[in-house]
Design a binder for this molecule. Structure first.
Ligand SMILES: NC(=O)c1ccc[n+]([C@@H]2O[C@H](COP(=O)([O-])OP(=O)(O)OC[C@H]3O[C@@H](n4cnc5c(N)ncnc54)[C@H](O)[C@@H]3O)[C@@H](O)[C@H]2O)c1
Length: 355
């Protein structure tokens, strides 16, 4: 089997590729046992890093390119059995600053991937989406039939992609499934995101910026569990079906910060409350009964263990996150922040994840 992974040099895509090549995903799902070969297609934006993947592997091909390049996609896709579509602009704060790249990559880029899949006749596609397409929920949890009510330009561009994917299933009969996962954490996540940003600040002796009162609630899943879910959906998922992927671990941003502080050898004096993000969703919560009951998916990483391992990974790999490209104009802002010590420059500080 040959799988094309778009965005495979990013956080989640690279975890999937490394796990697949190491045989870990097949171990989790015996029906998925195979010596799969992988082609990674990644534009290597500020968020992509070639070093997240093995430098060389007999079953890995790496191609630097844009998912909006229809000719490249069609040429590449010949001979592939499946596509795992991870490529995206993924940071909510950046989408608040400007939504154009988000619409281009997430909506038009997804349409381009689906169009090429139909043209070449790729038998299986998984579109990797997010719980943020549902908006914000005060009580209870979203099922897959909940209306899409995205609030940020990022979430809206992902919701658009979900609807386009559905249309390619209905119109062209493309065998595509959609996954909607909660917040991920784990190694190799770009240091602009909540957990790595907080860990790396604390490891450098810098304070951490917490939006509003820290009361926003997110559901956290280890990236390894997300990849196990993606693989199950790729192998066993039904055409046209949507699968929520959650963990049940819901925490306020303040609770999460208070767990990170001792793991990083710091205390509450390092918290700085900053002006809230515009349109900040209050709470995300997924009902993922469908994937648990129909595909036998269960998260395996206990949150306390996963978080401690993640902190240890950042502590052990400073060369990775110190070299991370923060992109323009953040590169300058972050560099000057680091050089000059802390100041709350809200315009340039990314405080909560959101993927
Ligand atoms: N991180 C999370 O918590 C989370 C949760 C749920 C869903 N998701 C979804 O999972 C997917 C992967 O997220 P991530 O956290 O790994 O993101 P990421 O930002 O770490 O990686 C995205 C990758 O896509 C590549 N890319 C961007 N634009 C491209 C283009 N036009 N053509 C080709 N490659 C391009 C980047 O270079 C990067 O390697 C996204 O679709 C995201 O919406 C993420």
């Amino acid at each position: 089997m040959r799988i094309l992974v778009t965005g495979g040099a990013g956080f989640i895509g690279s975890h999937y590729v490394r796990s697949l090549l190491a045989g870990e995903l097949a171990m989790d799902d015996p029906a998925g046992t195979f010596d799969a070969s992988v082609t990674v297609l990644d534009k290597l934006t500020y968020a992509g890093n070639r070093a997240n993947l093995p430098a060389a592997h007999p079953r890995l091909d790496f191609v630097q390119g844009d998912i909006c390049d229809q000719k490249l996609l069609r040429d590449l896709l010949e001979g592939h059995d499946a596509i795992l579509h991870c490529a995206a602009e993924s940071h909510v704060d950046r989408s608040v600053e400007g939504g154009a790249t988000f619409v281009r990559t997430n909506a038009l880029g997804t349409q381009s991937v689906l169009e090429a899949a139909v043209a070449v006749g790729v038998p299986r596609v998984v579109h990797v989406s997010t719980d943020e397409v549902y908006g914000s929920i005060e009580h209870g949890a979203w099922t897959e039939s909940w209306p899409l009510l995205p609030n940020s330009p990022y979430a809206a561009s992902k919701a658009s992609a979900d609807l386009i994917a559905r249309s390619y299933w209905r119109t062209h009969g493309l065998n595509v499934s959609i996954t909607r996962c909660s917040n991920n954490y784990g190694p190799y996540q770009h240091p602009e995101k909540f957990i790595p940003r907080f860990i790396t600040n604390l490891l450098e002796g810098l304070p951490v910026p917490l939006y509003g009162t820290g009361a926003n609630v997110r559901e956290w899943l280890h990236v390894a569990d997300h990849c196990r879910a993606l693989h199950r959906v790729l192998i066993h998922g039904r055409p046209g079906e949507v699968y929520n992927v959650g963990s049940g671990t819901e925490l306020t941003n303040l609770d999460l910060t208070e767990r990170l502080l001792p793991l990083c050898g710091a205390d509450k004096s390092m918290i700085r409350y900053v002006t809230d993000r515009k349109g900040h969703d209050q709470r995300y919560s997924l009902d993922d009964t469908r994937i648990r009951e129909s595909l036998g998916y269960r998260p395996q990483v206990a949150f306390a263990d996963g978080l401690a391992e993640t902190v240890a990974w950042y502590r052990d790999n400073p060369q990775w996150w110190k070299a991370a490209n923060l992109g323009e104009p953040r590169t300058l802002a972050a560099a000057s922040r680091r050089q000059q010590g802390w100041s709350v420059d809200h315009a340039s500080v990314s405080t909560t994840r959101s993927h």
